[in-house]
Design a protein around this ligand. Structure first.
Ligand SMILES: Cc1cc2nc3c(=O)[nH]c(=O)nc-3n(C[C@H](O)[C@H](O)[C@H](O)COP(=O)(O)O)c2cc1C
Length: 368
């Protein structure tokens, strides 16, 4: 195809990426086993997509309390580390690189996901008008249900959450991941702390902008100290409204501050997801420009990208890497298709979160 930048190499921390395409993190809920550990099906799924410059794994709960959806494989038990080890080995064998996305769902959760039925936790007791994928204990089947009312974390417990991220990051490296991406986006725990409409705390994690962003920065600092800043990235979703978030009242101040502080910590990359698939494609967007100016390490962009839009964003200098989500689900050979200008196959959203092999491993490669 074109001689654009998409297929040019990029140095991300210590990693040499052969192209600028990242596979976006995508929860697929396929770990339907008692240990909630990665399965051989997942080994095959990720291995087939190893020609991405970087794979970011599905969201990986950092603890039982962090869970928000059934069958999402964690990184807090020996069995889960062993399961991920098989995934990372296969990706590496196929020539790829993979980061683990570390995830705490906070109030987007349901007690049925925990052995002791413990309710969700959050910055406050405000329940989300949203859905969690709960587990019907009688049938063992997952079911989308309204989120339960959370319990507000104490200050000491918030610090405990930071520790859970650190331990999960260490476990990720032990499992052979090349690094970790902290999930700070999409209305989950970190985003809940940032949001002034959800966070009504009076401790050091509530009130001022600095306090509401403290959890992001504490986790980023401690994880980077534990596994290396060159192996640590973070994801944010400015303007995002998913999972009952309301638009940030001061996006320039909030994300300008976060970008600046994350740069001071020297993280390998900042991943921006535009849920509206609009402003991220506008090289003149004021917030995008501000973040780009303040965060000078690698910037990854996500939200509605195809080959042409990815080339346009890279040519305009809006970002360094482009993360692509849904097309990777239905095209295991997406990178080859983009490189050769082959049409991409459509995805079936009905099998995103449910099902086994179907909608997971039965999308063909174009050469097959
Ligand atoms: C099935 C599915 C699961 C997703 N799971 C996650 C996730 O675990 N973590 C996350 O940060 N984003 C998640 N996302 C959002 C994607 O990473 C991505 O931002 C979104 O699909 C937009 O990119 P696209 O337009 O290229 O699909 C998910 C999206 C889909 C479709």
């Amino acid at each position: 195809m074109s001689a654009g930048k998409l297929f040019s190499p990029f140095k991300l921390g210590a990693l040499a990426l052969p192209n600028r395409i990242a596979m976006a993190p995508m929860t697929r809920c396929r770990a339907a086993n008692p240990a909630i550990a990665p399965t051989p099906m997942m080994v095959e799924y990720y291995g087939l997509r190893a020609d991405a410059g970087l794979i970011v794994s599905e969201g990986v709960p950092v603890s039982p309390q962090a869970r928000g959806y059934a069958f999402t494989p964690g990184l807090y038990s020996t069995a889960q580390v062993a399961g991920w080890q098989a995934v990372t080995q296969e990706v590496h064998q196929q020539g790829g690189r993979i980061f683990a996305q570390l995830w705490h769902c906070g109030r987007i959760s349901h007690g049925s996901l925990r052995e002791d039925n413990a309710p969700p936790v959050g910055p406050s007791i405000l329940a989300a008008n949203g859905r969690s994928m709960a587990l019907d204990r009688a049938t063992g089947q997952p079911a989308f249900v309204t989120c339960e009312t959370p319990r507000a974390l104490s200050t000491a417990e918030v610090k405990g959450v930071v520790g859970e991220f650190v331990q999960a990051a260490r476990n990720a490296i032990a499992a052979g991941f090349d690094g970790v991406e902290i999930h700070g986006a999409n209305g989950y725990l970190l985003d809940q702390f940032r949001c002034p409409y959800v966070n009504d705390r009076h401790d050091e994690y509530g009130g001022s902008l600095e306090n509401r962003c403290r959890l992001h920065l504490d986790i980023a600092r401690e994880v980077a100290a534990a596994v290396g800043r060159e192996r640590t990235g973070i994801r944010l979703s400015p303007h995002g409204q998913a999972n009952d978030m309301r638009p940030d009242p001061e996006p320039m101040a909030t994300y300008g501050y976060l970008a600046e502080e994350l740069q001071k910590l020297g993280l390998a990359y900042l991943h921006l997801y535009d849920q509206s698939t609009s402003w991220i494609h506008d090289a003149d967007d004021a917030l995008l420009r501000l973040i780009r100016a303040k965060f000078t390490n690698a910037l990854m962009l996500c939200g509605g990208f195809d080959g042409a839009k990815a080339e346009a964003a890279l040519a305009a200098g809006s970002g360094d890497l482009i993360a692509i989500g849904k097309p990777f689900i239905s095209n295991p050979d997406l990178v080859a298709r983009l490189r050769q200008g082959v049409e991409t196959a459509p995805w079936d959203s009905k099998t995103f979160y449910v099902g086994g092999h179907g909608g997971y491993l039965d999308y063909p490669s174009f050469s097959a």
